[in-house]
Every structure is written in structure tokens, then in C-alpha cells.
Design a protein around this ligand. Structure first.
Ligand code: ZN
Length: 442
């Protein structure tokens, strides 16, 4: 297991890239260590505040029944427990938004926010919602990783199973599943191995390429842990293999939607806002970080701009053209501005997550949109902080409310102007990168 250590623990550092902030060891659970209990992250959250799979299914079904404008479809079943993965469609507009949450099972707030938004869009008769639904069409997958979300094991060794949500799905790798067992397949202290599914995507469409069988031995590194797939003149480092049925479902959903925008929601660890805490003011946390995916036209703004012979495909996504890249950055600017206008202290601390491509991730694997002729899609990632000691249960509720309001406000602005013509890219680049532990979860 030690030989697979490098990608798990050092990730981007192993590429010879350096962030604006240092890439530090993570005490917060991102760097999963086989054989040892997962640290921190899941346990800092009271999971009882979140919907179980049964409750989520019930809530979505209820909205569909009451709404008349929401449709609910099961697009996959989870590996292991055979839980449904739901896709929700709502809206009649020309601009299509694809939104996924909780691809990491221990990152549950996005699902709660998505559910709030689905209820608003499905049941509200406000002018704001009418306007949004006239102009936008949503495809929302509110919990990509239902088994990870509900994972139980005997964490304390006391003979009873605790609900310990986890990052991975639950799926064994067996000989013949792919040429080699990929680096993003993990053992588990609970006994069930599984995949980090945000490393399992592949840019090449299923209709033309199956990464499980159509790869070549020479694409794999000497360590035989990651497939570095050549494509269109680039080497796509650590491409995914679409081994998880959940990811095959999301891929199909995305390709059928052919969206104009793609959004994904994650968690991050607790981080301080850069420069806060000077003088008499206490340091404040950054509770939300955002990230745009972009291509070579913004290479010089990349925090991972190669300063040696690093390939472009390790600093930016070369399949995102300038127009797409600009809209991706503007979508992030829009959200930053919409939240700043709320004037609430929870969201005056938005930071930026330094972008570099993860070729097996949803944004980098799907947004090139080769299934639809390579008409690339702007992408955005939200990362909200975990509930921490100074953010109690009430504050969590307030944060969920604010996040859903932030979502709806940015959707309203997107409905006003799908091209985001008036939004400035500079808002995004003026937003500080969050420093210590910058590449934590995603
Ligand atoms: Zn995540």
C-alpha cells in the first residue's frame, strides 16, 4: 500500500508544482490514510442534521408530486448498497445548468442546499423563481455518493456501528476491472474499499472510448497506479477509468444535458481568511471558497503557472477555449458579488481555490464536453467549510439558508444575462487564494 502513497499524500506536489500557499499535510481528513481511522472531518459534523438516503428520496418524491414542474429520475445505483442516485430536472429556459453535490460522501451540506433550492424552484410561485425557470433549465444530482453518505462502521471498536460518512464510494477493485488498480481506490478502516469518485471521470466519451479496456500499457506510469492518457496532443495526468457506476450515471446525465454551465459543491477544512486577525480584530474563517476551471488563455493567471518544463495540461485545461474560460471565471465572480451584496459576515470571507486540472474530476473530465462535439462548458466549484466549534448547529442552518439564497441570487443574475456580459473577471482574480492547506479536498 505504501507504494501508492505518493499520489494520495502529495498529489499536486508530486507534479513539481507549487501553490501560492504551500501544499501542506492535511490534518483534516482529505489525505485518507489506509489502515488508520479517518481523521476529523466527518466527526466534526453532527450527521443527524442531514438527510438520510431514505429521507432524501422521500423529500424529492414529495417535491415532484406537489410541484408539477419537477421531474425525478434514478440515473444509477450505488456500488455496494444499491442506493438510488437521483437526478432532478426543473425549468424551461434555454440556458442549461448541470449541478452535482456530495460526490464525496462526507461532504453533505451541498445536498442540503440543493434540496432547499429544488424545493424553492419546484414549489415557490415568486417572481424570482418564475424568472429563473423561464430562462434556465436545471439538471441537479443532489447526492452522487449515497453509500458514502450513509457509511457505517465500528469506528470506536465497541461492537456497534457508528454513522461515519466517508469520501469514497464502496466498491472493491478486482483483477480485470482495469489494467491496474488505480491510485484513487482506497482500503478502508471499516473493511470496505472504495473509489474517490472525483478522480474517476474521463474526458473521452463512453460512445468512443472505454478507459477500462481501451487503454494501453504504456500510458501507465512506472508505479502502475495512474493512467496518463494521451489525447489531442496532451498527456492527461491521472485520468479516471469510469469504474464507479455512480460516475457512469453522472457522465451520461451530463452528456445528455449538454449544459451551458456546470457546478459542483464540495467541503473544505477550516481555514483563516488571509490577512485577517490583524490588530484588535480576531482572525476570521473563510467559510466559502470558489474555483473556476479555465484554459490556456488564462495560463498567466494560474497559481500553478509552470515555471519549468511542466506541461500546460498540468496547469490549466487546454480544452476550455477563451470564451468558455471567461464565462467560467465570470460565473465565479457573479457568485462572489451576489454573496457580497448580502452584506452578511458569513459571506464576506469568500476566498478562491487555486485551480489546476484534475483529469479525473467532474469539472475537468466533463467540461471539455467531447460527447457534444467539444463545445466546452464553463465550470464552477463551491467549497464550504465544515461546521466547526464556533459554528454551532444554528449557524449551520443559517449557513445553509445563506448558501441557498446565494445560489438563487446567482441563478437570477444568470437568468438576466446568460452570457454574463456585465460581470468582471477581475472580481474573481481579486479574491484572495486561501492559504495554508490550499489544496485540501475538492
Ligand atoms: Zn469533495
Amino acid at each position: 500500500m505504501q507504494r501508492r502513497h505518493f499520489l494520495k499524500t502529495t498529489g499536486i506536489a508530486s507534479l513539481g508544482l507549487t501553490a501560492a500557499g504551500s501544499v501542506s499535510a492535511n490534518p483534516d481528513g482529505d489525505t485518507y490514510r489506509p489502515g488508520g481511522p479517518k481523521q476529523g472531518s466527518a466527526n466534526s459534523i453532527n450527521l443527524n442534521a442531514f438527510h438520510t438516503n431514505e429521507e432524501l428520496t422521500k423529500a424529492l418524491t414529495k417535491v415532484e408530486q406537489r410541484s408539477g414542474r419537477v421531474s425525478l429520475e434514478e440515473i444509477a445505483r450505488s456500488a455496494g448498497r444499491n442506493d438510488p442516485v437521483w437526478e432532478v430536472k426543473v425549468g424551461n429556459g434555454d440556458t442549461k445548468v448541470h449541478l452535482i453535490t456530495q460526490i464525496h460522501g462526507d461532504e453533505p451540506t451541498g445536498t442540503e442546499v440543493a434540496l432547499k433550492v429544488i424545493k424553492q424552484l419546484g414549489l415557490s410561485d415568486s417572481k424570482q423563481v418564475d424568472h429563473i425557470l423561464d430562462n434556465l433549465s436545471f439538471t441537479i444530482i443532489p447526492r452522487v455518493n449515497p453509500y458514502g453518505a450513509m457509511y457505517h462502521y465500528d469506528y470506536n471498536g465497541d461492537g456497534s456501528e457508528e454513522w461515519i460518512a466517508r469520501r469514497q464510494n464502496t466498491q472493491a477493485w478486482e483483477e480485470g476491472d482495469s489494467r491496474y488498480e488505480p491510485y484513487y481506490h482506497y482500503d478502508s478502516p471499516g473493511g470496505d474499499p472504495g473509489y474517490d469518485m472525483n478522480r474517476d471521470f474521463n474526458v473521452r466519451p463512453p460512445s468512443e472510448f472505454n478507459p477500462r479496456t481501451d487503454d494501453e500499457a504504456s500510458w501507465w506510469g512506472e508505479d502502475e497506479e495512474a493512467m496518463h492518457m494521451p489525447y489531442e496532443g496532451h498527456t492527461l495526468f491521472a485520468s479516471g477509468l469510469r469504474l464507479a457506476p455512480e460516475i457512469r450515471g453522472v457522465t451520461e446525465s451530463f452528456n445528455e444535458t449538454d449544459p451551458d454551465y456546470a457546478i459542483t459543491h464540495h467541503h473544505k477544512g477550516g481555514n483563516l481568511y488571509p490577512g485577517s486577525g490583524d490588530g484588535n480584530k480576531p482572525a476570521k474563517q473563510t467559510l466559502l471558497s470558489v474555483m473556476a476551471s479555465y484554459g490556456e488563455s488564462y495560463l498567466d493567471r494560474s497559481p500553478f503557472f509552470p515555471d519549468d518544463h511542466t506541461p500546460v495540461s498540468q496547469a490549466v485545461n487546454p480544452f476550455l477555449d477563451e470564451e468558455t474560460s471567461t464565462r467560467s471565471i465570470k460565473l465565479n465572480s457573479l457568485v462572489i458579488e451576489a454573496l457580497a451584496e448580502r452584506g452578511n459576515s458569513v459571506f464576506d470571507s469568500v476566498t478562491r481555490y487555486g485551480y489546476y486540472p484534475l483529469w479525473g474530476s467532474y469539472l475537468d473530465g466533463m467540461c471539455p464536453n467531447f460527447a457534444n462535439g467539444g463545445d466546452s462548458v464553463p465550470g464552477m466549484l463551491y467549497e464550504t467549510a465544515y461546521q466547526t466549534d464556533d459554528l454551532g448547529q444554528k449557524a449551520l442552518g443559517r449557513m445553509l439558508q445563506l448558501t441557498s439564497v446565494g445560489f438563487l441570487e446567482s441563478f437570477e443574475a444568470l437568468a438576466d444575462d446568460p452570457s454574463l456580459g456585465d460581470t468582471s473577471v477581475e472580481t474573481y482574480f481579486d479574491t484572495p487564494l486561501y492559504g495554508e492547506g490550499i489544496q485540501r479536498r475538492r
